[in-house]
Design a protein around this ligand. Structure first.
Ligand code: FAD
Length: 319
């Protein structure tokens, strides 16, 4: 079932849905590692599960003679098949992330056809970040530069328009399409206004809903929703939430995700003697954020589960 159908049904019943984002296991770990991560979360009956996509990276490895060789590795492969495996094991809808980076448009079309064969109704379309060896995002020579270009390809397939124009009676896909939004602005956008212009373009091109980057201050989410509505962006805006769990995250989260952490949260974390205490602070903060968002009628509470699913499970139990 499509994410937008889940949202519309929940709206009729005045319910707030729960969804989770998981990462494919590191290569070599096996899918059981993912199931162990997910098992404690499934008792909350998520409406759907997002599975992230991780592009290939180049690394330079030292040869015995001291020279270096360039190797291409994908540390977390398998997004599409993991989605199918999760659907099969837990009987829940899945949302594979699709990215522009590293893909030609032909490879993207093949991936979409695979998803359709697997019975997957949803995609979250993203540009992807720059590869680790690049200083800025460089599109594949035959690929897409922006998420909107990928989105238009999915919309085309939904209208039965494949890359090979001479295909006759081609089957229309029926993907529900999500896109990313940034309550604290995407780090490359010159200002919020411009970022919203491009976000509106994604919605006008056919996005069914928006999922936000994580934020730790709900006021930023509400301001973002208001700004979107003022711009005529009227699709559901799903808040993305993550618990803080280590002291180190006070510096890594702002750097990696270009977000601010509220001083009240930082002060609480700095008082902690160890990371077990930080987890407790993270759980309380997540619970308060979730309660407030639920009270204010958000359609879904979407949790980024990387690393610490038990903190999320504890918070949801108390919600
Ligand atoms: P876009 O919408 O293309 O925007 C990128 C930048 O370009 C923005 O600054 C925007 O303002 C600007 N822009 C957009 N359109 C235009 C245009 N036509 N002309 C000029 N400028 C334009 N990354 C992964 O690699 N794998 C994942 O699984 C993944 N999952 C994510 C899930 C969520 C919910 C979020 C919020 C992010 C995720 N990311 C993931 C990270 C994401 O790929 C990066 O944030 C990336 O830098 C931007 O992606 P986007 O889809 O927002 O890009």
């Amino acid at each position: 079932m499509k994410v937008i159908e889940h949202i519309n049904r929940a709206k009729e019943k005045n319910e707030t849905l729960i969804s989770f984002e998981v990462l494919p296991p590191l290569k070599g770990k096996g899918i059981e590692a993912l199931y162990e991560h997910m098992d404690p979360l499934m008792e909350f009956h998520p409406a759907y599960i997002n599975v992230t996509y991780h592009r290939s990276e180049h690394e330079f490895r030292k040869n015995p003679d001291g020279s270096f060789k360039k190797v291409t590795i994908r540390k977390r492969p398998g997004t599409e098949s993991i989605c199918a495996a999760i659907m099969n094991k837990y009987n829940v809808d899945t949302v594979p992330h699709l990215i522009c980076g590293g893909f030609s448009i032909t490879e993207t079309e093949d991936a979409l056809i695979n998803l359709q064969y697997l019975g997957i109704d949803n995609v979250l379309v993203l540009r992807g970040d720059a590869a680790k060896h690049e200083t800025a995002f460089i599109p594949h020579p035959d690929g897409h530069r922006y998420a909107i270009d990928l989105l238009k390809q999915v919309v085309n397939l939904n209208n039965g328009i494949y890359l090979e124009e001479e295909l006759i009676n081609s089957r229309k896909t029926s993907f529900c399409i999500g896109v990313a939004g940034y309550p604290e602005k995407h780090f490359e956008a010159p200002n919020m206004e411009t970022d919203l212009v491009y976000l509106k373009a994604k919605v006008d091109a056919g996005a069914d809903y928006i999922v936000t980057q994580m934020f730790f201050d709900n006021a930023k989410y509400y301001a973002f929703v208001d700004a979107c509505r003022a711009k005529g962006i009227n699709v559901p805006i799903i808040p993305g939430l993550k618990p803080i769990s280590t002291k180190k995250q006070l510096t890594t989260l702002p750097k990696v995700f270009s977000i601010d952490l509220p001083s009240e949260l930082c002060n609480e974390v700095l008082k902690c003697k160890n990371n077990e205490d930080v987890e407790k602070v993270g759980e309380e903060w997540l619970l308060e954020q979730s309660r407030d968002l639920k009270k204010n009628g958000v359609p879904v509470l979407h949790y980024y589960t990387l690393g610490k699913p038990h903190i999320i499970a504890n918070a949801i139990k108390r919600l």
